[in-house]
Design a protein. Sequence first.
Length: 365
Amino acid sequence: MNLLAAVARAPRWMDRWWTVSPEVGIYLGAGCLSTAVMAPATRQYRLASSRVEPLPEGVVVPSPVESNIRRPEIVIERLKAALPSPNHRESAISLPDAAARVAIVELAQLPARRMEREGLFRHHLERLFLTPLGRCRFAFQSLTPSGAGRQRVLVVAIREDILDEYESVVRAAGLRPSVVDLSAFHLFNLYERRICAALPQGRRILFLNLFDHNFTMIVADRDGPQLIRIKAFPDAIDETDLMTRVLVEIEASLRAFDSMETQEGTPIERMFVFSDHLLGELDQRVHEDYCVETTHLPSNGWPDAMMQKTIRESADRGVPNGSVVASPGASADEQPQAVTMALAAAVGCRTRSEASLKGTDKRTP
């Protein structure tokens, strides 16, 4: 299951086909930016270096309707500091989830012509979010097998000026943006095999991206994602307030999912959480309220000996060993999740069959 293969494998949101594997993964968020520089190795991806740079409050403000990068000069300065001699290398950018509008829509038929498709997507998203989208780019992935009647389609819309803000700072730092996607999709793709291994028939999983005061929940079963909800909590007072909001959104998401089903709600098998906050009571509350066990990503039980500079080739698709490598001068405490965000951008969009950084993906959407 690949949530957004069409987006993750197309530069500038499907303007041209993606024909290169990114050498640098970048996460640009509200609280920090991170980079993961990749190097080829025999049947492996090697993490050559990684870096996390904090960003002052208000420099990046994720939003689907307003300017996101308020102080581009600071972002460019920090991005250059996080990269050893960029040399115009191809890069994959992981955007905050709250920078775009995302929905799963059901259509009687998916038009073949791009303009007709986008007009239909615009109609559904504007009705759902009760706001005009303006000039934006669309990306989509059909979630229904060919010839199966009505189609479920995962649709992403991002305003052109917002997308240009992120791409512009990356270019100004000396890189070429070749892959752009939302962080939740990059993360899900990175951990896809591990997540799907915990998903038996007739059950569903919850995937939560809580990094950087964000809330994204993906409800998925064996047929693919069924519901996606995205919220941003930039004004959360403390971790207690953040956890309260997270629990409210989990409940709202599950209610929304159950209301869409014609039968009784499908049982939840497990919840996967990617977060930079401890939220100590979250596991207990989820277990008490829904009888569901929680798995945190990256794994809590990793010994220090596994903090290596090697990532299994993407056919493995498990938790990559390299995602917790600290670069010189950076705090190890803040590295695992922040570096994994950048790592997911560089690795999570690759095909399973690639064995080196120079592979090519030619699949059509």
